[in-house]
Design a protein around this ligand. Structure first.
Ligand code: MN
Length: 716
């Protein structure tokens, strides 16, 4: 265990501006917080955060990161709260510790490898500050170094698998190769100890055979360079068992066929020296064709730069050599951490956090693969995605701002359509709640539930929106259909015909409808009137109607009008006998209205309401005006009253409308939509009523309905 003063000295050695006082306070704070907790190894728990901090000093991270490392388990494992950390160390450190805590609470909830990529994105998305990720990686590294103390094999395996699939690739992604190699090899020893042991014993066998003569080769290469007066440092090391094993898997070859179990590195001062070193080595040894890779002129996506080459080296052994400058080497091994270290202090006016972000971008900027680049920058800089879990642990990726309804539709359309409620992290929440990274979402469904139009106001995904709209459209069509059917029944009945499928089938083509339901929907939506359909099925109706309007009421009978009408006397007093009578379409006079008759030559008398605007046209011809009044005794006649109304555009509102009218003994004879917006329909409805009082009653009943915004009698 490192001692307090050692840690502080280590930090001060590379960062003279380090906040020594805060480092000391964090040390004491964490030690006290963890008290006499112990690790599985039996060590005091505090040894763990201390080791994590120690790992980060090797990467020469700033004192803020080191303090975060010391405190990283206090919120998760002790009584300490975020507020305590803010009070003692300020907001920045509190946010970093909170970030690491969130990552710690996030465990891979599934063993499915196809989820790994999403999980890695989730970790990146949650590491709003790259230092959160660096502390988490160091935390994981120390836990892996001590994994043998965990007694349960299943738990060891789960942690190792998570390390292999999530954290090692993340370390690689931010360019920390040394970290990545160690994480992988430690996981390998848990996941496949047999394979690892056999590779290690092969390596030892090679050594025993004298074929693993690293020192000799290093000596030869150094001498070769020196003879050409190039100063360079040569080093050689065995590759990790895991990287050898992976190569065997990838190339499907045996251990014997692997040429480069030893990697040699030549470190020089400048880029120019890199190319010179390559030339010198190529002159002295035979080059293996096809092995030269120049990552200096074309760096790897994560910013890696070096020259790789393969030669038949000293002792006729095939070896691989990497040639780099020292700076390239630092960045290759320490990635984003090294990058920070090199740039630190160049621009003191910048906010530290922004510098971190920018530098990560700089690394990523060199990305050859544009997809890679976008993916990274988005996660770090534009958090426009949110990663959530199903109860089974599958990751669902959604756009930021998504709600449980989006989640439900992303799982399955059926789940979306029947969603009634949701739980986030086992708490019931309103469906409009926005999801956060790492939320576990459980959708509660009911067969009886159907999508609600209000969902459209808060969904973020196209899939959810499309399903909700499709459902509303089909629901709307159902309503139009039943409304249309009742309008047609009424229209046929009025003309003394029966509504029959046979009749309708014959005229479908006239209305460009494919099925009878289509025709009903057309009528219900007000595109086609009931009378138009009647006239199409029975063309004689049109002729009949025309005549009946123009003829004497008593004569109507000979054209086959209703018997009722035939026998009835005209319900209006004051008419000249023998004059044709009809009601003006401009005002739809009803019994109960005050009325006036206007004589038109050859057309008879037209009845208007006394307040009808049209009457202005006749003000110069008072001789045409006739005083008339209703003469009603138990009449069963129906008169058409017109209403204009504004109805909510929600499923069920049209159904409610026709139900209210029907209940009050009215018949819808016609309707027309004058305006349709997202929220409301404006419509004109003609209904058949007995008189003004009847119409007023219906209007009153409609006004009581929630779906109907306003309703007025209208004339014209
Ligand atoms: Mn920890």
């Amino acid at each position: 265990m490192i001692r307090q003063y050692e840690l502080v000295e280590n930090v001060k050695a590379y960062d003279i501006r380090a906040d020594e006082e805060a480092l000391n306070r964090a040390y004491v704070f964490a030690m006290k917080a963890h008290g006499n907790q112990t690790r599985a190894s039996g060590d005091p728990y505090f040894s763990h955060p201390l080791e994590v901090a120690g790992i980060l000093t090797k990467y020469k991270l700033d004192s803020t990161s080191i303090i975060t490392a010391l405190l990283h388990d206090t919120i998760e494992d002790t009584e300490t709260t975020s507020q305590d950390i803010t009070d003692a160390f300020g907001d920045e450190i509190c946010q970093l510790v909170d970030g690491v805590t969130k990552l710690t609470q996030l465990e891979m909830q599934t063993n499915q490898s196809d989820q790994a990529e999403n999980f890695r994105k989730l970790v990146l998305a949650m590491s709003e500050d790259i230092r959160v990720l660096l502390v988490k990686l160091a935390d994981r590294l120390h836990n892996m170094r001590t994994i043998d103390f965990i007694s349960k094999p299943a738990k060891r395996r789960r942690i190792a698998l998570e390390t292999m699939e999530i954290y090692a690739p993340l370390a690689e992604r931010v360019g920390m190769h040394e970290m990545k190699n160690e994480l992988e090899d430690l996981s390998f020893s848990v996941l496949n100890p047999e394979a690892r042991n056999s590779i290690i014993s092969r390596l030892e066998f090679l050594k025993a055979e004298g074929k693993d003569n690293i020192d000799e080769i290093v000596f030869e290469l150094t001498k070769t360079l020196a003879e050409s007066r190039l100063r360079g440092h040569v080093e050689g090391r065995e590759k990790t068992p895991y990287s050898i094993w992976r190569k065997m898997q990838k190339k499907n070859v045996s251990f014997e066929q692997i040429s480069d179990v030893i990697a040699f590195r030549v470190l020089v001062e400048t880029v120019e020296d890199c190319y010179r070193a390559m030339g010198i080595i190529h002159q002295a040894y035979r080059v293996v064709p096809g092995r030269i890779k120049d990552y200096i002129s074309t760096p790897k996506p994560n910013g890696y730069r070096a020259i790789h080459t393969g030669i038949i080296g000293p002792g006729r052994l095939r070896i691989e050599i990497q040639i780099r400058t020292r700076e390239m080497h630092e960045i290759a091994e320490h990635g984003v951490a090294a990058h920070w270290q090199y740039k630190e202090g160049t621009d003191a006016t910048d906010g530290r956090q922004f510098r971190w972000m920018r530098e990560l971008l700089e690394i990523l900027d060199q990305a050859a693969n544009p997809d890679d680049f976008l993916e990274h920058t988005k996660l770090e800089m534009y958090p426009d995605q949110v990663f959530c879990f199903t109860p089974k642990g599958d990751v669902i990726v959604l756009p930021a701002g998504s709600t449980p309804v989006d989640f439900a539709y992303a799982v399955h359309s059926e789940v979306g359509d029947h969603c009634v409620g949701a739980k986030i992290n086992r708490q019931s929440i309103p469906l409009r709640t926005e999801l956060s990274n790492g939320d576990q979402v459980e959708i509660i469904t009911s067969e009886a539930q159907t999508p609600s139009p209000t969902w459209e106001n808060f969904v973020a995904t196209g899939k959810a929106r499309a399903h909700i709209r499709r459902f509303i459209r089909s629901r709307e069509r159902d309503e139009y259909m039943s409304l249309g059917q009742s309008i047609l029944e009424r229209a046929f009945h009025q003309e003394d015909y029966e509504l029959s499928d046979k009749g309708l089938n014959e005229v479908l083509v006239v209305f460009d409808a494919e099925t009878i339901d289509d025709l009903y929907a057309e009528v219900g939506a007000g595109h086609v009137s009931g009378l138009e359909v009647v006239e199409a099925v029975y063309p004689e109706t049109k002729e009949k109607k025309k005549r009946s309007l123009l003829s004497l009421p008593g004569v109507a009978g000979q054209f086959g009008r209703k018997k009722k009408v035939e026998e009835k006397k005209v319900p209006i007093k004051g008419l000249t006998p023998g004059m044709a009578l009809h009601y003006a379409g401009c005002c739809h006079a009803l019994p109960g209205d005050r009325i006036v008759g206007i004589v038109t030559k050859g057309r008879g008398i037209t009845i208007h309401t006394i307040d009808c605007d049209t009457l202005v046209d006749f003000s110069d011809t008072p001789e045409r005006w006739i005083d008339v009044a209703w003469d009603l005794e138990e009449t069963e006649d129906r008169y058409v009253g017109r209403m204009s109304m504004v109805v909510e555009n929600t499923p069920g509102s049209l159904g409610e409308l026709s139900m209210v009218i029907g209940k009050n003994d009215g018949n819808i004879s016609n309707l027309k939509f004058t305006n349709r917006s997202e929220d409301f329909f404006d419509m004109l409805i003609d209904i058949e009523v007995r008189d003004l009082k009847h119409l007023s009653n219906i209007i009153a009943a409609l006004r009581a309905s929630k779906a109907i915004k306003s309703v007025e009698r209208t004339k014209g």
